[in-house]
Structures are given as structure tokens and as C-alpha cells.
Unconditional design. Sequence first.
Length: 86
Amino acid sequence: MSTSGKGKLLEVSGEFPKTHNLIFLLRELGKYHKKNEIERFLKENITGLSRLVDIYITSRYMVREFYKEDVDLAINLFKKLEKSLR
């Protein structure tokens, strides 16, 4: 996906929320773009996405150590999302 998630949301809706919550942003994007694909992606990956949201929040506001598995999760979810939205 050449455009960032927030960039795509801005493109299709004319605005984007001031949040970094991936689940919320994907649900908003699904209102305007590829609703079925995004809903399916969320349903299949909600646990991993929730984990990424928690990782982001704790890394931003607390000292947080990252593990290879965290990075692998993020990369794999992004690749799956990118494939879903093609």
C-alpha cells in the first residue's frame, strides 16, 4: 500500500481521527474502502492487532523492550493487510 493508513483514510473520507489505534483506524477505513476485506482482516487478526496497539501505547509512555517476535508480528500483519487491500 503506497499510502499510509491515515493517508488512505484522509484520501477516501476527507479526514482522519487523531489516534494511533490500528483497530479504530481500520474500522474507520472500512466505512469508506473495501469494507468486506477490512472486516475479514480484523476478524482474523484482532488478537495480533490488539497486541500491537498495546505495544505502541506502552512503548510511547513507558520504557518498553521489544522482541523479535513483536517485530515479526507487526511485519506479518502489515503484509497480510496489504495483500487484503489489493
